[in-house]
Write a protein that binds this ligand. Structure first.
Ligand code: AHR
Length: 617
């Protein structure tokens, strides 16, 4: 006899799943954008070992980093500065762009990297833009880019940028990351934060890239070079084939600033800010549909933290101005976790409900790590989707109470993830295990069931920070979260249909902010069907840490099975994780499935997520 039963009825439609639930989020934080998505290999750190050279790095907020190099000896030797720690590959071409100026008796400039050398005559008394290709001759993980000169006098270098030439040709976008993102088909990607958004001045990120200011950004307390701004983000979204979603600053910018940003993105080339965009090479409006107004404004950590009523009034003001710039945009308001902030959502909805299209909610847990308690951590994290389900239903109930049923205000679950103890100091580079991929699969099952309420969701985050994708200087690979996205976006269907599971359960312990929960099903299933009802995808997470579990699966609607395939996300243990050396330690494989008629039995391996795809007659 099977351990459990799963009964599916395709004639009972729960609702249509908005594809935007498989969305993502990128933020200027840690190595998500700079060092992840964006291919820049600098900023410059100066190394000088020659006593005849003096050099120092000056930071100028208007013009970024300058290197000022004083050469003391007037002879034929090249002396200069170098930036080490660069990863180059033989045969790869690297593109250096910078501006240089010389004075005194400097005669020539020489640039070298990975065995490639380029020499140019010195531009005395004027800035000259250099754009050189450096074909590396050997592999090195600690190569140095050197800029040197001969003669005596001063060499000034500014706006230096080094990228693989192929990334430069793609507008500065890292190709391996881009290709991996495309494989999970993201419908929508939120940017520029997060906490970063509430301090971001969007005008810093437009105009010629090499003239943009480097700013100290207060949210994560780091320097922001502003290389990746609005047009780079839109270019990346177009390359990824995703819908942009911009979150505007309510912490240190005004409603007028936000409206100008909407006009910059969506206004005709004849409008004030649309003209600025057109002059930068984008005459066609970007057509950004989704706009968030502020981020986590309820939090004491947030720049712009205010009480709910103040935020709601601010939202209405921002919404009016932004819609005057483009009446077709969809607006997302800051909502809060209903348990931690019980009154926030009601107040915001009462004042601003009519002006919003979505109310945002975030969830992270357990905010704790205890490596001596692996079993507790595992069971709590894989059970957490039940707690998320409960919280999202509370938010939905408040929307209905304040706005009335069918009001059309959707829930944007626009930051969610497992977050143990990684901190801002380490760029929140959490290291995920198969356990966390099973958590993500459980969240997808929960969102399928809540499809009429949760109309957008965004994993936080896509690259290197709480990551779906991890990069090193020379490689990119998927975490178990990434593979959960691949599994679900590759197989699940658009309509959620009735699916009942009956089987063994466990009690999950309290761990960090995840409460203890009784009766957590080991097998968690959701069923989705194609619009024409010909294809059924059954998504099943086996949360058992050590045991395979079998289920008798029955179609209760008189349909019969004509074909069956199964894709399985699994790994050696619940702790398995991908790495640069073993990127496929957690991966998706095809599994055997023997199904015909209207009932069959399938065994789900311990700590796995499976999507069984059935053709129906
Ligand atoms: O995703 C990391 C941070 O977590 C976001 O910037 C913020 O919105 C949340 O607190």
């Amino acid at each position: 006899m099977a351990d459990a039963t799963i009964t599916v009825d395709t004639s009972q439609r729960i609702g249509v799943i908005n594809p935007d639930i498989y969305g993502h989020f990128i933020e200027h934080l840690g190595r998500c954008i700079n060092g992840g998505i964006w291919a820049e290999m600098l900023p410059w750190t100066v190394g000088v070992r020659n006593p005849d050279v003096l050099a120092h790095l000056e930071h100028d907020v208007e013009a970024g980093a300058h290197i000022r190099l004083r050469l003391l000896r007037d002879d034929a030797l090249f002396r200069g500065v170098s930036h080490g720690g660069l990863c180059v590959r033989a045969g790869g071409a690297y593109s250096l762009q910078c501006s240089v100026q010389t004075s005194g008796k400097v005669r020539q400039i020489r640039i070298s990297l990975g065995g490639a050398t380029v020499t140019r005559s010195a531009p005395a008394g004027r800035w000259e833009r250099l754009d050189v290709q450096l074909p590396a001759r050997w592999d090195a993980d600690d190569a140095a880019l050197t800029i040197a000169a001969c003669g005596s006098g001063e060499l000034l270098v500014r706006e230096a940028s080094l990228m693989p030439a192929e990334a430069r040709a793609r507008g500065g976008l890292r190709s391996d990351v881009l290709d991996m993102v495309k494989l999970i088909n993201p419908p929508v990607i939120r940017w520029p934060g997060g906490c970063f958004a509430d301090a971001y001045q969007w005008r810093d990120g437009i105009g010629p890239r090499d003239r943009r200011p480097v700013r100290f950004e207060p949210a994560w307390r780091d320097f922001e070079p502003n290389d990746f701004g609005t047009n780079e983000y839109i270019t990346w979204c177009r390359a990824v084939e995703t819908e942009p979603y911009i979150c505007v600053n309510t912490g240190s910018a005004s409603a007028e600033d936000a409206a100008a940003w909407v006009q910059y993105c969506n206004g005709p080339a004849a409008s004030e800010w649309g003209r600025a965009r057109a002059e930068e090479g984008y005459p066609t409006p970007h057509g950004v549909k989704y706009w968030g107004i502020g981020n986590e404004t309820y939090g004491s950590w947030e720049i712009g933290n205010v009480p709910a009523a103040d935020y709601a009034r601010l939202f209405v003001q921002f919404a009016e101005r932004m819609r005057a710039a483009d009446p077709d945009i969809k607006l997302i308001a800051v909502g809060a976790d209903p348990v931690a902030h019980p009154d926030w959502n009601r107040t915001v909805l009462e004042i601003a409900g009519e002006a919003m299209d979505y109310l945002a909610v975030h969830w992270y847990g357990p905010h704790k790590r205890d490596d001596a308690k692996q079993s507790e951590m595992y069971h709590s994290i894989v059970a957490a989707p039940l707690d998320i389900d409960r919280r999202l239903r509370l938010v939905a109930a408040t929307i209905d109470e304040v706005m009335g049923e069918g009001s059309g205000v959707g829930i944007a679950f626009d930051e969610w993830n497992v977050w143990l103890d990684a901190t801002g100091d380490t760029g929140i580079a959490e290291r995920y295990e198969l356990r966390d991929g099973l958590f993500a699969a459980g969240v997808f099952n929960c969102m399928h069931r809540l499809c009429d309420r949760v109309t957008m969701a965004n994993l936080a985050q896509l690259v290197n920070v709480l990551p779906a994708i991890v990069t090193s200087p020379s490689a990119a690979w998927g975490t178990p979260l990434y593979h959960a996205f691949r599994l679900y976006t590759g197989s699940c269907q658009p309509v959620c249909v009735a699916c009942e599971t009956d089987g063994p359960t466990f009690s999950s312990p309290e761990f960090g902010n995840i409460p203890a929960m009784p009766d957590v099903p080991y097998l968690d299933a959701s069923a989705t069907a194609s619009e024409d009802g010909q294809v059924l995808a059954l998504s099943v997470v086996n949360r058992h840490m050590t045991d395979d579990l079998s289920a008798q699966i029955t179609l209760a609607d008189g349909r019969t099975i004509s074909s069956a395939t199964a894709a399985e996300l699994s790994g050696e243990s619940a702790r398995a994780t991908g790495s640069e050396a073993a990127p496929d330690a957690v991966s998706i494989s095809l599994a055997d499935v023997d199904a015909s008629g209207d009932t069959f039995t399938h065994t789900f391996p311990a700590h796995s997520a499976t999507v069984i795809t059935l053709g129906l007659e």
